[in-house]
Write a protein that binds this ligand. Structure first.
Ligand code: NAD
Length: 262
């Protein structure tokens, strides 16, 4: 099936690993011109050469700490200088620190706010006005199951990601008339470094091994298994496609049935 995005320029943030990297791979496989970014130069070089090995096209990359406004400005600037525009923006981020109410101080809250919510707003501020001028665009935010069902020990994610959903819905209303869609993907438990680290953290707190914690997570899911990053990326690809042109302001849960609500 032709997804209608061949030649579109896509920027995927926090994309040297995990879900972000899987999204960058899927967009590359569909013929998009892809730019990746994250904090660590070495990880980016590894991700870029991995993508080149798989698809014979090297993505553009830029070092960008999502907590730093200047890095975000430099990233958008370098991608637009290289390719002239950004058609598809995928706002991913590193997962905020784990912890409960009493574990977290102002510094933790401020840092998570910058990473989870403000970085996406900053990228949109820099990129969406140009999408409006071209009357086409896709903004897709990677959020979490926590937007519908708060997860134990993830106070920062539970609190800040709903803000991003509110921002996305409001933005979608403002830009829909320009053929710009704004949507969110809410992954369930997905086997990446992030989930592994959370399993280690929760294991230490409860005296269990991380294998036991991961197995318990899988048991909660009607599909009885964790997601692979590819399974999250496929939904992002769909939202970026021409076939999804009438879907906006939505949050799609890709969680194997984990959320219990109707
Ligand atoms: P991951 O840890 O595998 O990858 C995170 C990526 O973000 C890496 O490329 C890392 O370099 C980058 N990153 C981290 N901090 C950064 C910063 N300050 N600036 C720039 N880049 C930064 O994580 P993942 O599992 O792929 O998760 C991606 C997002 O999805 C996270 O926000 C996570 O909380 C969310 N999520 C993950 C799961 C899951 O089960 N894995 C479930 C729900 C939501």
């Amino acid at each position: 099936m032709d997804l209608g995005i061949k030649g579109k320029v896509a920027l995927v943030t926090a994309s040297s690993k995990g879900i972000g990297k899987a999204v960058a791979e899927d967009l590359t496989s569909e013929g998009c011109i892809v730019a990746i970014c994250s904090r660590n130069k070495e990880d980016l070089i590894n991700a870029a050469s991995d993508i080149k090995r798989k698809f014979n096209v090297e993505p553009f990359w830029a070092v960008c700490d999502l907590n730093k406004q200047k890095d975000i400005e430099n990233t958008v600037d370098s991608v637009t200088r290289q390719f002239g525009k950004i058609d598809i923006l995928v706002n991913n981020c590193g997962g905020p620190e784990a912890g409960n109410f009493r574990d977290l101080n102002d510094v933790n809250w401020q840092s998570a706010f910058e990473q989870v919510l403000l970085s996406a707003i900053r990228f949109c501020n820099l990129i969406v006005p140009e999408m409006i001028l071209r009357e086409w665009g896709r903004v897709i935010n990677i959020t979490s199951l926590t937007v519908l069902q708060p997860a134990d020990n993830l106070m920062l994610s539970n609190s800040l990601r709903t803000g991003l959903i509110g921002f996305a819905k409001s933005l979608s209303n403002e830009v829909a008339k320009y053929n710009i869609t704004v949507n969110n993907i809410a992954p369930g438990y997905t086997l990446t470094n992030r989930l592994y680290d959370l399993a280690v953290h929760n294991g230490k707190k409860s005296g269990k091994s991380h294998e036991e914690i991961l197995a318990e997570m899988a048991k909660e899911i009607p599909m009885n298994r964790l997601a692979s990053p590819d399974e999250i990326a496929s939904s992002v690809l769909f939202l970026a496609s021409k076939q999804a042109s009438y879907i906006t302001g939505n949050t799609i849960h890709v969680d194997g049935g984990l959320i219990k609500g109707i």
